[in-house]
Design a protein around this ligand. Sequence first.
Ligand code: RP5
Length: 162
Amino acid sequence: MTDIKVGIIMGSQSDWPTMREAANLLDDLGIPYETRIVSAHRTPDRLWDYGRGAVARGLQVIIAGAGGAAHLPGMMASKTRVPVIGVPVQTRALSGVDSLYSILQMPRGFPVATMAIGAAGAANAGLMAAGILALNDPDLAVRLDKWRDDLSASIPEEPSDD
Ligand code: RP5
């Protein structure tokens, strides 16, 4: 067991600019995490090993991002009961709709909590992971509440021309 409760995994190095948004949120909230490139197609054995070991290693949430034929989140959900939050990475050919549909339409029994396409979805995945962990971590709950309050306070009441 390690102190790390969140795994951020992605299908390719090319997904990292998107998935970094999830990592940034976890950094902001003081949540340790690990990052791995785990491809459903290019490194299936790595996917299997990661999923098989997730519970024993103490992971409590897995954020999985992939693009195109984005099978990583669903396959990870098939391999571990650790909740999987899926991030559809935006693609050039089909704008990420391919990724979204690949991740979203899981069969009954093996859910993936699917976020929006791209950077906003990755950031929200970090916040969703924080919300799950905060259920059993009062200090984190206080930090997350403050983060949310700060965001609300930053929104002006009126639009400006600046
Ligand atoms: C997927 O294929 C990855 O998640 C990535 O979004 C996409 C393209 O990968 P690269 O060809 O850029 O490595 O497996």
